[in-house]
Design a protein around this ligand. Structure first.
Ligand code: SF4
Ligand code: F3S
Length: 363
């Protein structure tokens, strides 16, 4: 008997038709359809709007199997997803539509859990999406991270071999993260360094924004492909702008008004956190536009500088709270952000120049 369609399954789970329509609208937003060439093309061909394309896919397609591996990590990305406001879109997509195997969240443990992974890999060979959280270690054949007595390297390669696509979620999987920080005692790698024969997409962040990971899974589910990425394999729909581009403290940056201490009056009044070490000008992520917890807030809004957690080498790339922001990487590594990265180095000077210009204009 063929698998039920997603729509059938959601209806059986008690989702009303009205909620289904709402769900499709929200999901199309999460996928980033406005930015997706594939989504636009499909919509134009089918004569439907974005929500209509999503609805059609959910009514005709079976659920998308997902295997979620945890390697060298703190499980922060999983924590972020499991603690997102309930019932969130992420919960709906991941719990009801997708995840077959997740060491931390699944009820099964030990041999039963390993069996569940093997069964999914066999039944859905070539169809499932592999999500990897945490960085793989290659030292001593991967012996520094073992699961069920097998090396992480062996498990990763085996799971990637039968996957349709690989999603590296969190900075550790995308770029090596904390385990890869100097002196990198386990010789941690980024997933993309080891998996070369499958499409790999990175959702960096510490943790990754749950709705972005879900959005990329949903994109694959609806369109059968990964979204367009930048030079670091990050989806452009979510990483196409810096934190600085949409920051609510930006007017203060432009006016040259910088908070000088944490919790002081200027920081509370919304002044720019650049001189407290904010790396927003060189950091590509959706925090300042999408925000966290369904738009509730994000670090800079809550009074903390952006640490650049979605960029490579963010643990080694300079003091978190140094007085001036600095690019975390040589500009060549952040190809998409070349211009903005260079601008950030000069940020303080530019802001001062802006202010001088404005003052001059007033005169
Ligand atoms: Fe916002 Fe940081 Fe840019 Fe200031 S430097 S405007 S706090 S992102
Ligand atoms: Fe990370 Fe900066 Fe967002 S530290 S969570 S990318 S505001």
């Amino acid at each position: 008997m063929p698998d039920k369609t997603i729509y059938q399954q959601l209806r059986e789970d008690g989702l009303s038709r009205r909620d289904f329509v709402k769900f499709c609208g929200l999901l199309s937003g999460m996928i980033g359809f406005e930015f997706s060439a594939a989504g636009k093309a499909l919509g134009a061909t089918a004569g439907r709007d974005a929500a209509g394309v999503v609805a059609q896919a959910l009514k005709t397609k079976p659920r998308l199997p997902v295997i979620w591996l945890e390697l060298q990590d703190c499980a922060g990305c999983t924590e972020a997803i499991s603690r997102s406001l309930s019932p969130s879109l992420s919960n709906l997509v991941l719990n009801r539509i997708s995840v077959d195997y997740h060491e931390t969240l699944m009820a099964a443990a030990g041999t039963q859990a390993e069996e569940a992974r093997r069964a999914t890999m066999e039944k859905y060979r070539g169809q499932y999406v592999l999500v990897v959280e945490g960085s793989p270690t290659v030292m001593a054949g991967g012996a520094f991270c073992t699961i069920g007595g097998r090396s992480n390297l062996e498990i990763l390669k085996e799971a990637a071999e039968g996957a349709a696509a690989v999603i590296a979620t969190g900075n550790c999987a995308a770029f090596g993260g904390l385990p890869r920080a100097e002196p990198n005692p386990t010789v941690a790698h980024a997933v993309m360094d080891l998996i070369k024969d499958k499409p790999v997409i990175n959702i960096p962040g510490c943790p990754a924004i749950p709705d972005v990971t879900t959005g990329v899974i949903a994109h694959f589910l609806v369109l059968g492909s990964l979204p367009k990425t930048d030079a670091l394999k990050r989806p452009v729909a979510f990483y196409g702008h810096t934190i600085h581009d949409h920051c609510l403290r930006r007017p203060f940056y432009e006016a040259g008004q910088f908070a000088s201490d944490f919790g002081g009056r200027s920081a509370k009044a919304g002044w720019c956190l650049y001189k407290l070490g904010c790396k927003g000008p060189t950091t590509y992520n959706a925090c300042s536009s999408l925000k966290w917890e369904r738009g509730l807030s994000f670090p800079v809004q809550s009074g903390h500088p952006c640490l650049g957690c979605s960029e490579p080498r963010f643990w080694d790339g300079g003091g978190f709270y140094q007085g001036q922001s600095a690019p975390l990487n040589p500009p060549a590594a952040a190809a998409v952000g070349l211009a903005v990265g260079a601008g950030a180095v000069l940020g303080g000077a530019l802001a001062a120049a802006n202010l001088a210009g404005k003052n001059k204009a007033k005169e």
